[in-house]
Design a protein around this ligand. Sequence first.
Ligand SMILES: [Zn+2]
Length: 349
Amino acid sequence: MDKRNRIPKKELEWIHRWAHGNSPVISGTLNRRVIKYNSYQKAYPIYKTAASKRNFPSRSFKTFKRILHELKILERSFDRYLCPMCIKFRNNYSIRRRRDLRLKRFNHIHNYLHQLRIYKKLKTQLFQRQCLINVDFTTIHESLQMKVHIFTFSVTTRSVTGKLQRRYFDYVSEHPMNGKFVISAWKQFRKDFNLKRFTKGIFVWSDNGINKRNTLYQLSTLFEHENLRVQLHYFVPSHGHSLADSHFGIIKQILRRSLIGNLLTSVKQLINLVARKRKIYIKYLSIDTAPMPLIEGFKHGIRKYHQIEISAKGQFVARKWSHEGPSIKETLIIKPHRPRGRPKIYNFL
Ligand SMILES: [Zn+2]
């Protein structure tokens, strides 16, 4: 018998509501929640009091912990800027569990160091006809009643005098952060920043990467249209605290300083405040209404690749490492699905 069946539905629903109400979303993430009282241990007596007030029995700590786990509510045991994979080993895990994790962690660190080396090399040896773009997104939710997302492109280029130059392009919208947002931002970015002059290569670095096949496909058609040579590189998960992150820090600082405890009233106000800053180009993003393509049977998990070269429409050369590392080159073919018979309406939101 499944243990969870023992908790009546009404009570479980209440616990879920209580847990959500007591675990705010971590700033800068979409929906990662952390328990307000830092640890499960500290939250437990507070849950018990709340439960007794509602005449619910208090469940054991073990059950309480399990429910929070199921809701993916975290403890504030680590900074979100630290990697949970690297941190795991500091915890007191059993020897057996450590042994299982060792190989995983070995690969993780190996990949991380490799990606970091490649990123640094690209940056220091950037040619004039090359550009390095870091992409990332953030959510501004502490200052507004509505959730506002920012998708940012931090662009590094080399000037004629040989200096590295950096500029930021921010696209703001209340639309949920999904493939449509990403594609619309790229379409707008292409209009605002002339990519065509970078004939020696465009290197896009991203934290988690584009993990949806249809987004990747859409992006490839976008680049192909202009004959752009684009390489997508992904940082190893939790190690991509890049330029974009420090940029978000600056935006949040601007907001804190100009609002002095007040709330933002509109997206327009946010844009006006940030736009005053030099080298930041910020704009309201109107979301592209075209439906996202549905992709035909495709087994590869895109996240396991760390470099994807877009060669032709829907064709990608993917590597598990970036550049010259001992990576296995693979060609991925991504095709849009063409349904026969009556057209269906697919909802991608
Ligand atoms: Zn790590």
